[in-house]
Design a protein around this ligand. Sequence first.
Ligand code: ADP
Ligand code: MG
Length: 370
Amino acid sequence: MVRVYLHEVTKVFGKGAKSVVALDKVELEIRSGEFMVVMGPSGHGKTTLLRVVAGLEEPTDGEVWIGDSLVASPRKGVFIPPKDRNVGMVFQNWALYPHMKVFDNIAFPLKIKHMPKNEIERKVREIAEVLGIAETLDRYPRQLSGGQQQRVAIARALVKEPKVLLMDEPFSNLDARIRVTARAFVKEIQRKLGITTILVTHDPADALTLADRIAVLRRGVIQQIGLPSEVYDKPANIFVANFIGDINLFEGSIVGKGGEAYFDGGDIKLQLPPSAARNINAQSVILGIRPEDVVLSRESLPGNNDLIYVGKGTVEISEFAGGKFNVMVRLKNAEIKVVSSTSFGLGDAVDVYFRASEIKIFDKQTENLI
Ligand code: ADP
Ligand code: MG
């Protein structure tokens, strides 16, 4: 197993006025055996990052390391071609050869290495067994389900026993219903083989369920690297907060200091818990609270240090969403999204509380978490 290290990697496409900075000084270490998920919106550099690691793209600047080998460094004049990097890549569209049977699709990387026939046979059957597609080897890709085709693409990436596995939005071609199973499967394989893995996706659900750590990319710039829980609970800025999940955001100002700090957002006013108020110097802020951290009650709740009373609201929408309810509460002119375990009736008058420990305060100027 190896670590992968991108040191200040920049990739610029094109020249002059039409150039695009796809990666901007990306500093990212993927530990040996780690499952790293890089997430970001479409067009923000995810595929480019994988292609730079695979050697399908040469960085404009910076260094790429795989284990102890420097595989790309324009300054040092180093560029190791893809075939010598021992990296397996699963492409976004899987890129299976339609006229080849599954066996030959998986065998392809070994054939171009001129491996002896009986060894190819053994390795293909072995990996097909691991991935649960042994019975499909004689079929053509079009005769397989989406989930099976994906497994063939993964088998082809793994058959040459790469040191690193790269996956580009591997679930985007799958029906929502089988995505959950496919994710569990990919996670299990990665665990079983212990292979250093980088998966890129625009889907936060992929990142939250699969990653040992998540890196968030915005316009080629890493915004945050952390455990899924860290990125979700302590997003570095508003972009990350919004991208990884739903969040209510209220603009306002901070009045007072320390233990006596209040947030005044016009419609939404509340006393801040010391934990949130501690480091605030900014006057203009944005308060963030995730829908599941808003608590509604028809009766006032007994004293609870973790719940901060915000005011009286009226339920305007309450939708069943399978085991939970998506509720919209109006508090004066502010609309608050709530995820609740209990249902409410339209027009219900409720007390609105925010979970103190989950309140996030962002600087309005920089949009960074304070
Ligand atoms: P993502 O995978 O996150 O959707 P990409 O890495 O494919 O993003 O693209 C990042 C940016 O680089 C985009 O603006 C894209 O248009 C540009 N880009 C990617 N590949 C090329 C290329 N070969 N030539 C020119 N621009 C490219
Ligand atoms: Mg892409």
